[in-house]
Design a binder for this molecule. Sequence first.
Ligand code: DC
Length: 190
Amino acid sequence: MRNQGLVVAIDGPSGAGKSTAGRALAERLGYTYIDTGAMYRALALKAMRSGVSLDSEEGLATLCRASSIELTDGGRKVILDGEDVTSAIRSPETSRASSLVSVHPGVRTEMVARQRELGREGKVVLDGRDIGTAVCPDAEVKFYLDATTPERARRRHDELRAAGAEVTLDAVEEDVRERDYTDTHRAESP
Ligand code: DC
């Protein structure tokens, strides 16, 4: 048993509702909610801004080690090196880049270590794709959430439109399919 409470792992592909369910559950339980995808997104944003190639495992791992990524306000805010990047990390460019960044084992090792540390004491809901398998295989509670590709695309499209983005449903669905392919065909934690 951990010091504070349970570890709840929510795995599944993007747009399946992990963060909606995870946030609501954490709120009900009085737990901390940790969106691990937001951490990969923050690193992707920083790489694009600083001109580090998304293909460079070494460059990205070094950038990651030099980055402070905090999830605050009950997991609602993402702070990168002191800057609030909550909205910036949701753009279609960052979505695509985060998938490419997360392919590299050197990046995953660093991220997984940070996420394990965040979950060490328990009393947390972690959401991601590798939480129940790689980050917290010993989580007391594990969920896997899934939905059809069109439904996941519809949810992402609604989110993007609500944030003011001008994107078509077809384009979002294409992005979702592309990202699914990258996420499920990578060498580590596919
Ligand atoms: O859940 P999301 O769409 O915010 O995640 C963004 C990207 O980060 C996703 O394409 C794959 C990667 N990711 C990952 O590899 N492992 C996680 N635990 C969470 C996200």
